[in-house]
Write a protein that binds this ligand. Structure first.
Ligand SMILES: Cc1cc2nc3c(=O)[nH]c(=O)nc-3n(C[C@H](O)[C@H](O)[C@H](O)COP(=O)(O)OP(=O)(O)OC[C@H]3O[C@@H](n4cnc5c(N)ncnc54)[C@H](O)[C@@H]3O)c2cc1C
Length: 462
């Protein structure tokens, strides 16, 4: 008997197998749909192979190096002999490989058809891959993002690199200039400094992590100064030239900086060019795919998720959106995702975690007289003192109303974002959180103490 032809018609066709795409595929399959997922590289996308996971492994290796270096300050005589970069990369890749294997198993067990190759939307219900057309009752666009550069700034992958190259570096550069003081820039600056690189960050806006509350930026800058991480803020990049042993970056104020490498971390653009979206009738705005709150594009059965949708470019947003579209298509009528309710963590040392509005945004939205804040210093938190970290928990509330912003900075404070997101998303009053006991001694207590202070009953606060 001749072999049956592979199916080309599905309930759902997903274009892109990153965080957004694979979450949509997994949930849709769980809900009984037949699903095809088109992926030109590796399922898992940026987050697993070039983003979240490898960078956090690099940061962890950096933390181990710092611990070895700083042992004596805890009474333990240790020293850092050497950073073996190929071994760091091997550790990082082993973590990625294990998760990749698990993900592939998951995709297989849900009977998702993975189509390897570059897909192109040739009609609202059809994706073409290598000449074969796959149709879906619904289509999810999830093609992700790429590292942006600036006009005239050519990435050569050797001296002028992006995060894609930086995670795979097999040696520790002597020095590096990091162009961009946002999330990706400060994470690499932090990890590299821990591994022994002499780093200078260049940021055009007046402060590092400019999307965060101003107090957080100040605290991070203070901590980075202490760690001898150089930074220039409020100054624009003008150009780069190659030198005998690296690069020379010139700034618009006339200054020049020399280093072995330039890491370009000026943001990520939507990967939508040349994929047929506009030709098939999907509205595209400056490369992004606009959607309504149910993540529908302008075409009825075409949804978009992840980094191609304007907003926060975060893996867990992609997961959430993927799950949402699968459930919505299945008729489960899920609640739309509130973009402000998405937790944000920057994993540099010290870590930053935030929810909701900054103080400036809250004042703008509600009027200064209707907003109250409290800043609880980690100097009063036992566990933070044990870890020798500085930082704070800052809360923003509506006067006589709920907490509308939580901003935390300090070693390991990213782990506190879980409670912070419950407080924000459940619109808790400071008095309600203050009534809950927080285990002692934990850094989590700092959240409890800050709420007690905001509720007018501070304990360990002067
Ligand atoms: C250095 C770095 C660190 C990061 N750290 C974090 C972090 O700590 N936490 C966090 O939440 N987020 C982090 N992110 C962001 C996170 O990686 C992204 O938000 C997330 O990967 C977006 O998911 P996505 O599905 O939209 O796109 P992607 O993950 O980019 O996936 C898109 C997929 O589509 C495929 N594709 C594209 N076009 C086609 C085509 N024509 N045919 C077939 N396949 C195609 C690609 O190969 C890719 O696999 C980081 C990003 C970077 C770069």
């Amino acid at each position: 008997m001749p072999e049956a032809a592979a199916p080309t018609s599905f309930d759902l066709v997903v274009l892109g197998g990153g965080s957004g795409g694979y979450a949509a595929a997994l949930r849709a399959a769980e809900l009984g749909m037949s699903v095809a997922m088109v992926e030109k590289d590796k399922v898992g996308g940026t987050c697993l192979h070039r983003g979240c996971i490898p960078t956090k492994a690099l940061l962890h290796a950096g933390e181990v190096a710092d611990t070895a270096r700083d042992g004596a300050s805890f009474g333990i005589q240790t020293s850092l002999d050497k950073v073996d970069m190929p071994a760091v990369v091997a550790y990082q890749q082993a973590v990625v490989a294990k998760l990749y294997k698990g993900l592939q198993g998951l995709v297989k067990s849900r009977r998702i058809t993975v189509i390897e190759g570059t897909g192109r939307l040739v009609a609202p219900d059809t994706v073409e891959v290598d000449g074969t057309r796959y149709t879906g009752r619904d289509v999810v666009l999830a093609s992700g993002s790429y590292s942006r550069s600036l006009p005239g700034l050519d990435i050569d992958g050797q001296r002028v690199i992006t995060s894609d190259h930086a995670i795979a570096l097999d040696h520790v550069p002597v020095s590096a200039i990091v162009l961009g003081g946002g999330v990706i820039g400060v994470e690499f600056a932090s990890a590299w400094t821990s591994l022994g690189v002499d780093v200078t960050i260049v940021e055009a806006l007046p402060r590092l992590v400019p999307a965060e509350d101003e107090a957080v930026s100040k605290m991070l800058e203070r901590a980075f100064r202490r760690r001898k991480i150089g930074f220039r803020t409020g100054v624009r990049f003008a150009g780069v030239e190659h030198t005998d042993d690296g690069v020379r970056v010139s700034l618009e104020n006339g200054d020049t900086l020399d280093a072995e490498l330039l890491l370009v971390a000026v943001g990520r653009g939507p990967a939508t060019a040349g994929l047929g979206y506009e030709e098939a009738g999907v509205r595209v705005d400056r490369g992004f795919v606009p959607v309504d709150e149910r993540l529908r594009t302008n075409l009825e059965h075409v949804r978009a998720v992840g980094d191609i949708v304007p907003g926060l470019q975060l893996a867990h947003r992609g997961f959430g959106q993927g799950i949402f579209v699968a459930e919505d298509i299945a008729g489960l009528n899920p609640a739309p995702i509130d973009e402000l309710g998405i937790p944000r963590v920057t994993y540099c040392d010290p870590e930053i975690a935030s929810m909701g509005l900054t103080e400036a945004q809250a004042r703008e939205e509600y009027g200064a007289e209707n907003v109250a804040t409290v800043q609880y210093d980690l100097a009063g938190n036992g566990k933070s003192q044990i870890l020798k970290t500085a930082g704070f928990v800052k809360l923003v509330r509506r006067v006589d109303g709920p907490v509308i912003g939580l901003h935390m900075v300090g070693s390991r404070m990213g782990e506190q974002v879980g409670e912070a997101q419950l407080i924000f998303n459940w619109e808790a009053l400071p008095s309600e959180v203050a009534a809950l006991l927080h285990a002692h001694p934990t850094q989590n207590e700092a959240l409890g103490e800050a709420h007690m202070a905001l509720a007018g009953k501070p304990l360990h606060v002067h």
